[in-house]
Every structure is written in C-alpha cells, then in structure tokens.
Design a protein around this ligand. Sequence first.
Ligand SMILES: [Zn+2]
Length: 285
Amino acid sequence: MLGVPLSIVGFGFAVGLVIGSFLNVVIHRVPNGLSIVKPRSRCPRCEQQIASFDNIPVLSWLVLRGRCRNCQLAISARYPAIEFGTGLAFAAIVAVHGVSPMTLVFWIFAALMIAVAGIDWDEQWIPDSLSLGGLTVGLTLVPAVQGLLHGSYPDALLSSVIGAVLGGGLLWVVGFVHARVSVWTGREFAHWPGEGEEIPRPSNLDYWVWFPGLGFGDVKLMAMAGAFLGPVGVLQVIFLAAILGLVLGVALLFVCRGASTPFGFGPAIAAAALVAIVLPLPFPG
Ligand SMILES: [Zn+2]
C-alpha cells in the first residue's frame, strides 16, 4: 500500500509525539514572550516541576488520568491531543514523501502550523516570530533542498517567492476589500475599530494592514504557506481554509450561543496546510 516501510512511518509518529510535546510548550510560552527552553515545565497550581517520567507524550496523561501527580489538578486533554495529532501528521508526511530531505522540511512546516493554530485559537493573534520566521525558513530552505535534490534552485526559489506573494496577496485583497465594503455599508464590528478609535484613513498604516474578521497575521501566515508549498499548493490551502473556516464559524455559532465569539482564521489555515502537504494537487506540467 505504502512505498515506505511501516517502521519508518512508526518512527515518524514517535518523532511527532516528542515534537508535539514541545509544541505544547511553544503554544503556552511564545505568546507571553517566555523562553521555550527553560525553566522545565511546572504544574500551574502546585508549582511542582513535572518529572521526566511524567512528561512522556500521551502516555503520561493517560497513566495519570489527566491530573497532576502532586495536587490532582486536571490537565487539559488538549496536551495529549496536540501530541497525538502531531504524531499523526509526521507519520502521514513521511508516508507520503518518503525518506527525503523534503520530509524534514514539511515536518518543520507542520510543526510551525500546529503551533500557530494553538496560539491563534487561544489568543486570536499569530506571533511574527512564527509567521515571518516561518516565511524566512520557507524561502530559504525549500529552494535549497529542491536545488540539492533536483538541481533546480532558481525554479524552486521562483516557485517559493510566487507562492508567498500569491498567498499573502490574495488574503490581503480579501481582507482589504472586506474592510472597505464594511466601512462603506456602515457595518459595525465588536472589536473594530477599537474602543474610542476612528476608522483608519489611507494615511494610517492601519488602513492597509488592519481588517475586521481577518488579521494581518493571517496574511503573513498564508505567505509562509506559499513559500513552503508554492503557488498551486497555496491556492489549495486558501480554498480548503475558506471551506473549513466557514464550517468552523457556523459550528461555533451553534455551539457557543454568542454569535460574536471571536475565532482566528489561523486554525483553518493550519489544518488546510496539513492537508495540502499530505494530499498535494498534481503540479501541472
Ligand atoms: Zn499540581
């Protein structure tokens, strides 16, 4: 069925579990500007440092039945879910792309996307260190690896740049037009403009980069997706993310009674990107 031995896929799953455990730390600490390296993780209530044997991805959570060993504080099921999800994503990527440097590149991309999804879900914003950092990594790494593999560095660089400009550009156009039409029709938003702020004018930077319902962080994130996936891949991501965002928005509308529940578009973009890595559209030509 797969061209890749099951042991390799299992190895990918194990790597994903460990990286997923690290992503939980990233999701918690990066938005607060904390170090992701130290200190070691502690229980938020009893401050007990979490022992290595209680920090085994998914398993520890199951063994401890989702509670702190010391004070019994409930630990969110999201921790093992992110670990398991990252494991699945890494396994799927190596199953599709095989033992290749591109698998490593896509592992990095998937890890960035999962971190962004978690942070955007919690905070409704995306740190530049991840989106712009990821854009830089994509523009550098993808052409370099493609150049080494196929001797096609200039073509691959062009593909990454076009993907980034197309992805970021299309999302910017959507956000900008939506913002202008909203202003024109007098539509009101709960958080836009902010309390006591005027609607931005063309002389303000906000006029160009601040949109209701779509943050500029999403524009930067889509540029990053384009750098990794190229123009065809990024169009696939935009299309999938729009459908997912719509489904997610409608679902939240029904689940949470407040119609104004804010949610970032980031998780939809991240999910769409993971699909595009594993099920890429065939490149024409
Ligand atoms: Zn505790």
